[in-house]
Design a binder for this molecule. Structure first.
Ligand SMILES: C[S@@+](CC[C@H](N)C(=O)[O-])C[C@H]1O[C@@H](n2cnc3c(N)ncnc32)[C@H](O)[C@@H]1O
Length: 324
């Protein structure tokens, strides 16, 4: 998950996420915001690339805005918490954050359910959060055995006692035995695993744990989602990546009036392709899903990316022909 919700305008003023507000605040104005704009802003959270964060906090700009100072002070005084610690903190607000991305999440769930081959029985969901989506997918897809992996105790706090739980991190999946017909890793969970070598290892474990003809579903925040991040920002990212590939970001949510930050990664398609290859997986299908409306899009820069992966050693002509 990234780009989630700062719950109100007050938070937007302390961390200006909406470009119009940010511009006003950086110019030292009081940021008059038309209601429609406010609505948009209230649904956003900040994703800052470390390089951009440093630039934004440059002296002069900071002093005039009176806004970034708090960020800068916080940056100096507190290290960015690890993702699991951050999710522990936002757990009470998670359902509300998910509600704001309902259209996107529902569409991804629908696509996953529609792509589960008939006759499958078991599902492993990695980074399951509160487990709501995995339970829904399992129910609709006729998967009777469900295992939820979630390292954040806060996120697990409302799980029913009968859930089969794993409390380890995805990086510790080598401890897991068994075979799963379906593995899901949804809403950019992979983006909370760092560095890239660990992401490959996690995908390698998926390849080990998935049944020979099983499927893995993975959606990531698309680094070149111009519809969401804006054309200029995306173009700059694209150009910068030609010089030095990036993708590591600071993710911030407004939760209960406080700001919670953590580290994340946003992906390009080529990156996912390379990670999959290194892990012994093949991309069978890719969907582009609008992060705002949940609509399916044709062009990759219009949405986030949902992948259907399979083992590279699965003998399947159809899948080989359809590899992206
Ligand atoms: C955006 S939430 C997604 C939750 C769920 N997949 C969903 O779509 O509702 C990301 C989840 O990944 C979990 N997470 C963070 N780091 C993780 C790691 N190293 N291994 C497994 N899960 C992790 C977080 O605790 C959080 O529950």
């Amino acid at each position: 998950m990234e780009n989630e919700c700062l719950p109100n305008f007050r938070n937007c003023r302390s961390i200006p996420c909406c470009p119009a507000i940010r511009k006003s605040l950086l110019a030292g104005k009081s940021a008059p915001v038309p209601p429609a704009r406010l609505g948009l802003c209230a649904g956003e959270i900040l994703v800052i690339e470390p390089r951009r964060l440093a630039a934004r906090l440059a002296p002069g700009r900071v002093e005039r805005s009176g806004v970034s100072r708090s960020l800068m002070a916080e940056k100096r005084s507190s290290p960015i918490p690890d993702p699991v610690a951050a999710y522990d903190r936002i757990a009470p607000a998670f359902a509300r954050l998910a509600q704001r991305r309902k259209a996107y999440l529902d569409r991804v769930d629908q696509l996953v359910i529609s792509q589960i081959p008939a006759g499958r029985r078991s599902l492993l969901d990695v980074g399951a959060g509160d487990g709501t989506r995995a339970r829904r997918i399992a129910r609709a897809g006729g998967l009777r055995e469900l295992v939820l992996l979630e390292p954040s105790a806060g996120m697990r706090s409302n799980w029913p006692a009968q859930d089969q739980a794993r409390t380890m991190r995805a990086e510790d999946l080598h401890q897991e035995q068994g075979r799963f017909d379906v593995i899901t890793c949804l809403w950019n969970v992979l983006g909370h695993i760092a560095p890239a070598a660990k992401r490959v290892e996690v995908l390698r474990q998926f390849a080990r744990l998935v049944a020979p003809e099983g499927r893995i579903f993975l959606d990531v925040t698309h680094r070149y989602n111009a519809r969401h991040f804006g054309a200029v920002r995306t173009a700059l990212r694209f150009l910068r990546d030609r010089v030095s590939p990036g993708g590591d970001v600071v993710v911030a949510w407004g939760a209960g009036g406080a700001e919670v930050r953590t580290t994340g990664h946003v992906f390009t398609h080529n990156e996912v392709r390379s990670l999959s290859r290194q892990a012994g997986l093949i991309i069978e299908k890719r969907f582009v899903v609008d992060y705002g409306t949940g609509e399916l899009r044709r062009r990759s820069f219009e949405g986030n990316l949902l992948y259907v992966l399979r083992r590279a050693d699965e003998p399947s002509k159809a899948a080989a022909a359809g590899a992206v």
